[in-house]
Design a protein around this ligand. Sequence first.
Ligand code: SF4
Length: 252
Amino acid sequence: MNRDRLKKLAGDKRFIPGIYNYCDRWCERCPQTSHCLNFSLLEEESSDPETRDIQNEAFWKKLSGIFGETLELLKETAKEWGVDLETLDSTDDIEKIKAQDEAAENHLLCRAAKRYAEMAGDWFDEGETLFFETAVAAREGVDLDEAFEVIRWYQYFIAAKIMRAVRGKIDEGEERGDEFPSDSDGSAKIALIAMDRSIAAWALIRHYDTHGFEKVVDLIAFLDGLRQAAEKAFPSARSFVRPGFESFDRNG
Ligand code: SF4
């Protein structure tokens, strides 16, 4: 994609600015694909069936092409505004960024979110596929596969968003004002939504998984504890309005 096309798309009024920053990246289930620049870019670039294959080198080349063009566009715009991107990071800045990254990595919330991903992974690894229970649930009109899919989708996503929220909060530090919604609250909000949905999915599994009942209860308790801790650390997160979603309301 050339720069002019990228510029034209970026200025297209049908796209909601920043919508992709606080979504759950589950594009297959997103009701706002037609308003998402990110989605349109990837769709446009992957119209060739070969490029749809994530293993295909062409896919990554295309993606890297988009990133390259975007970077050039960013540099061009920065220059127009009189900002020299090359000189922004001094050695002190780099050291500070490293220290902040480390602080975020070691933050209790981030470690707990990673632990949850491991616990969920262990549960799946232990072969808790619940064939019998799945059939029982299906007879009652409940799709347990759907619950597995939800948990799998958010398994690592929660940790990634918590990390971004914590990292953002460290970065915002004292400079943070109350007049603008903060990126850390937006990231925390989508992490909380992912936890809400995962807990609901686990609760459904618990209802049918009579043998592994205790393990699932432990997982729910752990995730609920993480959710409460995240709510405490980011008290404004729940009221953060995510562009394109809260007004549409698909339950987050
Ligand atoms: S806003 Fe929707 S379409 Fe865009 S990246 Fe997020 S999930 Fe995908």
